[in-house]
Design a protein around this ligand. Structure first.
Ligand SMILES: [Zn+2]
Length: 381
């Protein structure tokens, strides 16, 4: 009962600080923790949680997390994590009791900033909701390798993606008796464990948190995203694209040009290449026939930084190289069209700008507005 979720508040001790006190800059902090998660064998450590009861799903973690040893031990066979507030327990009964009274059952803490198509996004301030942010980070770390969990959650905002009609359906765990154990996930392809659904049909929960991204409140590198994760049972549904699309749409509204914190993990890189390619193809094909397509114009339209635009267009193989005064590459629109057809790319925007509920500063509402940025012009057309 040491890890009881329902004992008097605060119900869960905050996670302990890692052995290295974290005082360095965000970048150094990331490096330090990623290194720590790999030491001493220079390869990923085995997860210290063998399986997680999350809603009525059992999910197999991919990586170790920093759950406090005095609460969960060195390794725990099964940890129950609340699907609404991410509090955890290795003891089932108090966990079930908690689910009946969880204060996040109706919605996550914080402010709803976006809603569209059965999904909503909630902005959670790590300073105001410290325990929530820490517990979310601990859970996320089970599925993240290179990206660190930030113990200093107070300097971050968390954008939590909620599915209002989640698939797979998550049912209130009545003793978790309906749950079946999904096969272990292979880390190779990142395939989600097969979700288990209940044979009977208990009432649906009000919502399901399916992923999130975090963002530094003050990023020296203008990063618009620090860490992104769609929880394994909901991966491969395009939800990462919603999170990335939202992060860029917010940048646009704030007038802050940026991108994700780098280096990206392999999974993260693939997801971003997908997002950048699709977004650029949409912008290029929507441009009027005679318009001059420059990297700067694409940047102003998409808020993707020039470096990522150029690398993406090169990878798509849609640039034509020419030696001409000042301009050495042109975007070949026909090749972009071919690229879209060849890969059957869905050009619809993953987020609907109309779905944003929060004002993020209104200086950049006009898409075609001239850029006030004075970044280098790449001399590309
Ligand atoms: Zn809860």
């Amino acid at each position: 009962m040491s890890s009881s979720l329902v004992s008097s508040a605060p119900t869960i001790a905050p996670p302990p600080l890692p052995s290295n006190p974290i005082t360095a800059s965000p970048t150094a902090r990331t490096k330090r923790l990623s290194k720590a998660s790999r030491a001493p064998n220079a390869r990923p450590l085995e997860p210290n949680v063998i399986e997680v009861g999350f809603g009525n799903l059992l999910v197999r973690p991919w990586y170790p997390s920093f759950y406090p040893e005095e609460l969960v031990g060195r390794s725990v066979d099964r940890l129950y994590v609340c699907q609404w507030c991410f509090k955890y327990s290795k003891v089932l009964m108090p966990f079930l009791g908690h689910l009946k009274v969880c204060e996040c059952m109706a919605n996550p803490p914080g402010e709803k900033v976006y809603e569209q198509g059965g999904y909503s996004l909630w902005e959670v301030d790590g300073e105001e909701c410290k325990l929530y942010a820490q517990n979310l980070s601990l859970f996320a770390k089970l599925f993240l390798d290179t990206k660190s969990v930030f113990y200093d959650v107070t300097t971050f905002l968390y954008y939590v993606l909620v599915a209002h009609d989640p698939s797979p359906s998550i049912t209130l765990p009545e003793g978790l008796q309906h749950t079946t154990v999904p096969p272990a996930t292979t880390q190779e392809d990142g395939a989600p464990p097969a979700p288990s659904t209940s044979a009977s049909a208990p009432p649906r929960p009000p919502h399901q948190v399916v992923g999130f991204f975090s963002k530094e409140k003050m990023s020296w590198d203008n990063n618009n995203l620090a860490c992104i994760l769609v929880f394994p049972p909901w991966q491969k549904q395009g939800l990462g694209q919603i999170l990335m699309g939202a992060s860029y749409e917010m940048s646009k509204r704030e007038g802050r040009l940026g991108g994700p914190e780098k280096p990206l993990s392999e999974l993260g890189r693939r997801a971003y290449v997908h997002y950048w390619s699709q977004t650029l193809a949409r912008a290029i094909l929507a441009a009027p026939a005679k318009s001059r397509l420059t990297v700067a114009a694409l940047r102003d339209e998409t808020f993707i930084v020039a470096e990522d635009i150029i690398a993406t267009l090169q990878a798509m193989d849609v640039l034509e190289h020419r030696s001409r005064g000042g301009a050495d590459a042109l975007i070949n629109k026909a090749r972009v069209r071919e690229w879209v057809e060849r890969y059957g790319v869905d050009l619809r925007c993953p987020v609907d700008p109309e779905g944003f509920l929060k004002e993020y500063g209104d200086e950049d509402d006009d898409d075609e507005g001239g850029s006030e940025e004075d970044e280098e012009d790449q001399g590309e057309e």
